[in-house]
Design a binder for this molecule. Structure first.
Ligand SMILES: NC(=O)c1ccc[n+]([C@@H]2O[C@H](COP(=O)([O-])OP(=O)(O)OC[C@H]3O[C@@H](n4cnc5c(N)ncnc54)[C@H](O)[C@@H]3O)[C@@H](O)[C@H]2O)c1
Length: 368
C-alpha cells in the first residue's frame, strides 16, 4: 500500500489514550480516520486531541461509513468478538486487544472470518517483544537450559484489582477477571518461550475473596465508582499438563498479601532460566547452571527495546498492512489462549481435570 493506512479505533479508554493513539501519532503513514467511543464526552475529547476526521458513539455506524483499512478494537472484552467480526466483514484488517475473545468458540469464529475475508487479524500481546523475554528465548534456542520439564508463569499483584464500577469486575462485560486481564499475558509468553507445547490437560482453581471483600483495589478502571458489581475471579491457580512430561504452573492474582511477582521460571535438564519482569526493579534474566565452582548464575545481555515492546504489536500490524508481511502475533495464538482459558474456567467450575484434544479444544472427557 503506498498511501497512508486509514485507521478506525473502537473504544478510547486507558490503553488507547495512553499507548495506542500516541504510538499511531508517531507513525508517518497512518491517518486517524475515525473513532467509535460509547462515552460522548470521551469521544469529543479524543477526536479533538488526536485529530480524528470523524467520531461516532456506535461502532457499526463508523464501519458503515466505510473508508477504513484497519481497525483497532479496544473496548470491553465481550465486545471483542462482535466488533472484530463486524470490522473484518467491513473489509478491514484488525488488531484486537487481549483477550482475543471471552471464549474459544468466539476466538475461532474471528479467525475463521479473517481467513474467509482475506484480512489480517492480530492480537495485542506485547510481552513477546520484551527484551528480557527475547533474551530468555535466545538462551532456550541455543540449548543453554537443556530440555525444559517444568515452567512457572506468574503475575501476582499486591493491590491491583480494577475499581468497582469498571467493566473489568462485571462478568457480563469482561467475561472473566484476573485470568482474562493479566493471566493471558503471562501464559502467552510462557507458551511462546516453550515453542507452543501441546497442552494435554488443565486443572485449576479460581478465587474471589479479596475482590468481594473490597480489598486490594488498585488504580485501574477508568469508569470506576465507590460501589459496583464484583462477580469475577481475582486469582487463578492452574496446572497445565503438556506433552513430553512438561508441566506449566500458572499463578495469577490481581491482589494478594504477598510480594509482587511478575515473570517466568523455566527448569531444564541443563539449567534454569528465571525472568523477573518487575519494571520498578528494571527486570532481569538469569541462567542458573552448574560449573566447576558449583552453582552458577549468569545474566545474558538484554538488548534494548527499540521501539518499546508495548508499541511493537501495533507497529507490526501497520507494517503488515503496508508490506504484506505476517502480523506480529498470529490469530491462532489468541485462539489457543482463549481455549486454554475456557479449560481453566471449566476445571475450576467442575473441580475436575479438563482434557484437551490436538486442536486445544476440550475433549468432553473429564477426569475426577
Ligand atoms: N495489551 C495490553 O497490554 C492491554 C492493557 C490494558 C488493556 N488492554 C485491553 O484493552 C481493552 C480496553 O481496556 P482499557 O483498560 O482501555 O479499558 P477502559 O475501560 O479504559 O476503556 C474502554 C473504553 O471502551 C468504551 N466502550 C464501551 N463500550 C463501547 C462500545 N460499544 N463502542 C465503543 N466504545 C465502547 C468505554 O467507554 C471506554 O472508554 C480491554 O480489552 C483490555 O483487556 C490490553
Amino acid at each position: 500500500m503506498n498511501r497512508p493506512v486509514r485507521v478506525g479505533v473502537i473504544g478510547a479508554g486507558n490503553i488507547v489514550q495512553r499507548l495506542h493513539l500516541p504510538t499511531l501519532c508517531q507513525l508517518e503513514n497512518v491517518e486517524l480516520t475515525a473513532l467509535a467511543e460509547a462515552n460522548p464526552e470521551r469521544l469529543r475529547e479524543c477526536v479533538a486531541t488526536f485529530g480524528f476526521a470523524q467520531g461516532h458513539t456506535d461502532y457499526q455506524a463508523m464501519l458503515d461509513q466505510g473508508g477504513l483499512d484497519a481497525v483497532l478494537v479496544a473496548a470491553p472484552n465481550v465486545l471483542h468478538a462482535p466488533a472484530t467480526i463486524a470490522a473484518l466483514e467491513a473489509g478491514c484488517h484488525v488488531l484486537v486487544e487481549k483477550p482475543m475473545a471471552t471464549s474459544g468458540a468466539d476466538a475461532q469464529r474471528m479467525a475463521d472470518v479473517a481467513r474467509a475475508q482475506g484480512r489480517t487479524l492480530t492480537i495485542n500481546l506485547p510481552r513477546r517483544f520484551s527484551g528480557h523475554y527475547r533474551a530468555a528465548r535466545a538462551l532456550l534456542d541455543e540449548g543453554a537450559a537443556g530440555q525444559i520439564y517444568a515452567a512457572n508463569a506468574a503475575i501476582v499483584r499486591r493491590s491491583g484489582i480494577p475499581g468497582y464500577g469498571s467493566w473489568f469486575t462485571t462478568a457480563a462485560l469482561s467475561g472473566g477477571g484476573a485470568l482474562l486481564d493479566v493471566g493471558v499475558h503471562i501464559l502467552d509468553v510462557a507458551l511462546w518461550l516453550l515453542n507452543e507445547p501441546r497442552v494435554l490437560a488443565v486443572s485449576a482453581t479460581v478465587g474471589d475473596r479479596l475482590g468481594r471483600a473490597g480489598r486490594g483495589l488498585g488504580r485501574w478502571g477508568i469508569d470506576r465508582a465507590a460501589v459496583g458489581t464484583f462477580d469475577v475471579e481475582d486469582s487463578v491457580n492452574a496446572q497445565l499438563r503438556c506433552a513430553d512430561g512438561l508441566s506449566i504452573t500458572l499463578e495469577v492474582s490481581w491482589a494478594a498479601y504477598a510480594p509482587i511477582l511478575h515473570g517466568v521460571r523455566l527448569l531444564g535438564t541443563e539449567g534454569g532460566i528465571v525472568v523477573d519482569e518487575r519494571r520498578h526493579l528494571g527486570g532481569s534474566v538469569e541462567l542458573h547452571t552448574d560449573s566447576s565452582r558449583g552453582p552458577t548464575i549468569t545474566q545474558p545481555e538484554v538488548s534494548p527495546e527499540s521501539p518499546p515492546a508495548g508499541q511493537q504489536p501495533l507497529r507490526g500490524f501497520i507494517d503488515s498492512i503496508r508490506t504484506g508481511a505476517p502480523p506480529p502475533v498470529p490469530a491462532e495464538a489468541g485462539v489457543r489462549l482463549a481455549r486454554l482459558c475456557d479449560a481453566i474456567y471449566a476445571s475450576a467450575r467442575t473441580g475436575r481435570e479438563v482434557r484437551l484434544d490436538e486442536s486445544g479444544a476440550e475433549t468432553g472427557g473429564m477426569n475426577a
